[in-house]
Write a protein that binds this ligand. Structure first.
Ligand code: FAD
Length: 425
């Protein structure tokens, strides 16, 4: 594409941004894809890196490589920290300005602590590969320290794992940590019985998986309890410290606390002073443009828009991908000179959550599935959506190993214990 072609800048190489760039193949535009990290991350399987089931490289791909054959796409590793919509420029954190004709913001979200940001150090969340390896280190270190701890109270705290928030990520983490403690680790330790580890899933609301129908929530709760997870509902956490948590008026010593309770959008709304909801998500127009800026689109977890049922479109990968595809179609239509385009229409294919080995729930709307059949569909869907044959084979093989031999190949403690202790101080 020549210099004269319209310049489309896409910020964010997550599910939404990648889809837009992918769907613009062959369009008469130059594209610059800017991301703060050099890889696309398959967040739905991040909990498996945190629980030593998969290696980081199995769920992340270098963005630059994904578009190596696309001469129209330039990839920049850089963080955007401001936008001047009047002069149509994006500013990077090193002060570089990048001019655009059309801008697509797909900068996602991060976990939020509902005004308790000081809890993050004690209860890290799960959003990036660094988060996943931090959690993996803390989980594995807790078992290591418990093995050598002589004081019973301290040992009990080391063997107590608290997960706050019972949405899909909290449920997946709780179930997998229980399997790690009950099935994978027992033979490897001499002093402790890892099967006695306590895994608590604490939820402020009345049920686990609140986005699912009530009968599937009830099934998931029973399945978790059968795995040995203690589920506590209607009990908000009021304190997180280096010693443990306070929830429902009770205090519980715990060395490992994981936050899976809330998200806050990226700063995209702030950059543009755009209307946003309480979680910082831009309230976009029906064509996914930012109000007052027809040349700026925003998609994925950083926006909110009502779905066909009037409820906000959920913050899930298929929604971000549908929005990314829609924006590419609108950009193409505008290049053809079309001035009006039909509004974005979200189609919900279904909700999936896994609980543990051969345990999952699926709500397709027209049919609800649970147990082994749901787990197989969940597994096949995730393998299908991974990028590249090699990764699909690697993940399938890792899962086969876990499911036939209870072995998890990624039980690596990376970064020193001292570094972790330092962070917690
Ligand atoms: C632990 C976890 C589990 C999940 N499980 C599921 C699941 O099972 N099924 C499902 O459908 N969805 C799941 N989701 C949600 C799904 O991952 C998101 O809905 C989806 O990633 C949103 O896509 P996105 O493109 O909006 O943002 P993201 O995929 O988050 O991508 C945002 C990109 O923007 C980049 N970025 C952010 N800020 C800047 C900046 N200032 N400058 C440059 N680049 C920037 C980031 O580096 C990132 O690459 C899960 C999410 C998490 C965290």
């Amino acid at each position: 594409m020549g210099e004269a072609s319209p310049h489309v800048v896409v910020v964010g190489g997550g599910f939404g941004g990648l889809e837009t760039v992918g769907r613009l193949a062959g369009a008469p535009v130059r594209i610059t894809l800017v991301d703060a990290r050099n890889y696309h991350l398959f967040q739905p399987l991040l909990y498996q890196v945190a629980t030593a089931s998969l290696a980081a490289s199995e769920i992340a791909w270098p963005i630059r490589h994904l578009f190596s054959k696309r001469r129209d796409v330039t990839t920049w590793l850089a963080t955007v920290d401001a936008i001047d919509a009047k002069t149509r420029q994006v500013f990077l954190d090193d002060g570089t300005a990048l001019a655009y004709d059309t801008l697509v913001l797909a900068t996602g979200a991060r976990h939020a602590y509902f005004g308790h940001d000081d809890w993050e150090i004690f209860a890290p969340g799960l959003k990036t590969l660094e988060d996943a390896t931090t959690l993996r280190r803390r989980i594995l270190l807790a078992f290591e320290r418990a093995e050598r701890e002589e004081k019973k109270a301290q040992q009990a705290a080391l063997l107590t794992f608290v997960i706050i928030g019972a949405g899909p990520t909290g449920v997946e983490l709780a179930g997998t940590i229980a399997e790690l403690a009950r099935a994978t680790l027992p033979r490897d330790f001499r002093t402790i019985d890892t099967r006695k580890a306590r895994i608590l899933l604490i939820e402020a609301g009345p049920r686990v998986l609140p986005g699912f129908p009530e009968d599937l929530s009830a099934y998931a709760k029973n399945a978790l309890e059968r795995l040995g997870v203690e589920v506590s509902l209607g009990t908000p956490v009021s304190e997180c410290t280096a010693e443990g948590v306070v929830y429902g008026g009770k205090s519980l010593p715990a060395a490992t606390i994981i936050w899976a309770a809330g998200v806050h959008a990226s700063s995209a709304a702030k950059w543009l002073d755009a209307p946003a909801d309480g979680a910082g998500r831009i309230k976009v127009e029906a064509d996914l443009t930012v109000p007052g800026h027809p040349e700026i689109f925003a998609i994925g977890d950083t926006v909110t828009i009502p779905g066909p049922d009037g409820r906000p479109v959920p913050g899930i990968a298929p929604a971000a991908k549908q929005e990314g595809a829609y924006v590419a179609a609108v950009i193409r239509a505008r290049l053809r000179g079309e001035t009006s385009t039909p509004p974005f229409r979200y189609r919900h294919a279904g909700s999936l959550a896994t609980i543990g080995k051969r345990l999952a729930v699926i709500d397709f709307g027209w049919i609800k599935l649970r147990g082994a059949i749901a787990w197989w569909i969940w597994g096949l869907a995730h393998i299908y959506f991974l990028i590249g044959v090699r990764n699909r084979l690697m993940v399938a093989l890792s899962w086969l190993w876990i499911h036939t031999r209870d072995q998890r190949g990624s039980r690596l403690i990376t970064q020193s214990a001292a570094a972790d202790a330092e962070r917690r101080r």
